[in-house]
Design a protein. Structure first.
Length: 315
């Protein structure tokens, strides 16, 4: 359990300013009484090796080195932390969402906070900034261009992502903004968020199931009434015509019930066990049905159907 811990995952193109941000963030957090650790991909794999990997047709080396990165982070998380706030910065391109998700899973496993920081940078700007680096620190241009086509932008709710334009990295308020988000993440560890999401999902599934039952029983009640009428009057031609009209109206009622345009009153659902008060449901849906009969086919159809209901309930 690392309830005072936050994993901060950086992502973005090479030469976008991630490592600069990581160093700046380390200094800022240390000044705010945080224990800070940083796992940098560049410290594990040389730029020359990264270029070979990027241009390689196989992904085995990439998987190997990224597994090493993940194990480094996990070993730090597994070490009991002090009462101080602890921040683990992952300085890597993390261009695939699956790469980021592995760290999110670690956050869930160790009950820590999770925050992503996407350093947004146009590929042309990244190429320009890369050209201004010392030769030994430059990334091949083809690597930057290729990664730009592969970069999967943050979009999922679990990513808890903060986007910073590379041009704003020097903004004096930026560190404070990141610090607020880190504290929020620490206060809301991933495992807690997951439990809340699971509870919400169960509630939504229960609601969907209940809605399905309501719609099913509306259909059942209407079919029962119409079928009864057809059985009682199957020898009459007019009954067949009326049955066809009633079925059309039933289908329109069903469509509106499915889409939530018409919703049963709350007292039809029994609060104790979420069961349905069928007599009330049948009364309610019959009223809706007769209103549709009146508006679509006039009062003659309503009178005839009322007569049919009278016969059904009388006998």
């Amino acid at each position: 359990m690392n309830q005072n811990f936050c994993i901060v995952v950086l992502l973005g193109l090479p030469a976008s300013g991630k490592s600069w941000l990581a160093n700046k963030l380390c200094s800022f957090l240390s000044e705010n009484d945080c224990v800070v650790k940083c796992a940098a991909y560049d410290n594990i794999v040389s730029l020359e090796e990264q270029a070979k990997i990027a241009l390689s047709s196989t992904s085995e080396l990439t998987k190997h080195y990224r597994r090493e990165m993940k194990e480094t982070v996990e070993s730090i998380l597994a070490t009991p932390n002090s009462s101080q706030k602890n921040v683990m910065i992952v300085d890597d391109n993390n261009y695939y969402r699956s790469m980021r998700y592995e760290y999110h899973q670690l956050a869930a496993k160790f009950n820590t906070g999770y925050l992503q920081i996407y350093v947004r940078c146009e590929v042309a700007n990244a190429l320009f900034q890369n050209s201004n680096r010392p030769q030994s620190n430059r990334v091949p241009d083809c690597v930057i261009v290729q990664m730009d086509t592969r970069l999967e932008l943050p979009c999922e709710s679990w990513e808890n992502s903060l986007t910073i334009d590379s041009a704003d990295l020097n903004n004096p308020s930026m560190m404070s903004k990141i610090w607020v988000r880190i504290q929020e993440a620490i206060s809301n560890p991933v495992s807690t968020i997951k439990r809340l999401e699971e509870k919400k999902l169960v509630a939504e599934q229960s609601k969907l199931c209940n809605n399905h039952n309501v719609v099913h029983n509306i259909d059942k009640a209407l079919r029962k009434q119409i079928s009864q009428y057809i059985r009682e009057h199957k020898e009459k031609n007019s009954a067949r015509v009326l049955a066809a009209q009633l079925n059309d109206i039933r289908q329109s009622v069903m469509e509106d019930a499915k889409r939530g345009i018409i919703v049963p009153p709350a007292d039809i659902l029994k609060a104790d066990d979420e069961s349905i008060d069928m007599p009330k449901l049948e009364t309610w849906v019959t009223t809706i049905f007769l209103q549709r009969c009146s508006s679509q086919h006039g009062h003659d159809l309503v009178k005839l159907f009322f007569f049919f209901l009278f016969l059904c309930y009388k006998f």
